[in-house]
Design a protein around this ligand. Structure first.
Ligand code: AMP
Length: 329
């Protein structure tokens, strides 16, 4: 699929001596894995090229994937090709110096519309379970020309695993698993990878218990929790660590939607992370300055009133879904 678009991107990679990879703010396993995976593939295939990821955004939980590259001068950006991965809109690109680059390639799996268009060359496949799946597909499409190793495969596999909820989400297809198999064939140490992804210290289990204690469930079946900066301090959590609490609410029978509201460090806005099963909830996110995928999206609110309004909207949506659908759990 989209072979011409992929071929155009490969031609651009061949053309430039310097390539800089970009990703979205609030790094996650997918954007980190995809950029690091592609960086490694390009470095292995074209050792003479300079390939960088320059990003001051950082997620501690992904430290095991290694460091980024040192900053470079503005002049060096100017003659480079930018490849932006996993980032739907320009404002979400973490290193805004991509604007200095001579040409921009966009590779993404988020929903596309008029407001998300950017870049000179774009390859967007909304149905892909992760951007890493697209990088794996890029490699497999040009397998006869590109090189890979277990390090690159591990980066890519990490994003495939994390963005698909360990291959559980409905976006996972036969293609996802075939591409994951290609990565596994490179020799990934999955024991170590899953240890990095699953092991937790005892303090974070106490935070989990706090979340279960504080969360509420609406009559329609929306679970939600508010995490204040005080709570983060109490459990010695970084903002990003606190944000993971949305996952704690993902397996409650009858709760088709779960939402975490996390007070931002500036104390002015509140990050909203929405998740759901069966019922798409991104319309709710869009109403509150956000967006994302059908069942995994985000938004921003500013006060308690907006929290209540968002929860009420989600509750109404879930009630409507339950009334008109069967087979949900
Ligand atoms: P998160 O809860 O940050 O993991 O986000 C889930 C999905 O929603 C990701 O694909 C994000 O790119 C997207 N998303 C999160 N917040 C926003 C936002 N404010 N605007 C648009 N998309 C968002």
């Amino acid at each position: 699929m989209n072979t011409a678009k992929k071929a155009a991107i490969l031609e651009k990679i061949k053309e430039y001596d310097r390539i800089i990879l970009f990703r979205h703010k609030r790094n996650d396993g997918d954007c980190v894995g995809a950029t690091k995976g592609l960086r490694e593939i390009i470095r292995l295939t074209y050792p003479e090229k300079e390939v960088y990821i320059i990003d001051s955004d950082h997620s501690d939980y992904l430290d095991f994937l290694g460091k980024e590259d040192d900053p470079i001068s503005d002049e060096e950006y100017e003659s480079a090709l930018a490849i932006v991965i996993d980032t739907a809109t320009e404002d979400r690109i973490s290193n805004q110096k991509y604007k200095l680059c001579r040409e921009v390639v966009k590779i993404d799996h988020h929903i596309e519309n008029d407001s998300t268009q950017y870049g000179d060359y774009t390859w967007v496949e909304e149905e892909r379970s992760s951007a890493c799946e697209m990088v794996a597909d890029f490699y497999v499409t040009f397998k006869d020309r590109l090189k890979i190793n277990s390090e690159a495969a591990t980066y890519i596999y990490t994003g495939m695993v994390t963005d698909s909820g360990r291959f559980r989400f409905r976006s996972v297809t036969g293609d996802t698993l075939r591409l994951a198999a290609e990565m596994l064939d490179q020799g990934i140490d999955t024991d170590t990878l899953y240890a990095h992804l699953y092991l937790t210290d005892f303090e974070s289990l106490k935070f989990k218990s706090y979340v279960y204690d504080k969360m509420k469930i609406t009559e329609g079946g929306v679970a939600y929790v508010y995490i204040s900066r005080d709570a983060m301090e109490k459990f010695s959590l970084t903002f990003e660590e606190a944000c993971t609490c949305v996952m704690f609410m993902d397996s409650i029978k009858g709760c088709l939607c779960w939402i975490a509201f996390i007070e931002e460090t500036d104390g002015e806005s509140i990050r909203v992370r929405l998740r759901s099963r069966f019922a798409p909830v991104n319309k709710v996110a869009e109403k509150y300055r956000g967006g994302g995928h059908d069942c995994a999206c985000g938004a921003t609110v500013y006060n308690e009133k907006e929290i209540e309004a968002l929860v009420a909207d989600a509750d109404e949506l879930i009630r409507g879904y339950k009334e008109t659908h069967e087979g949900w759990l």
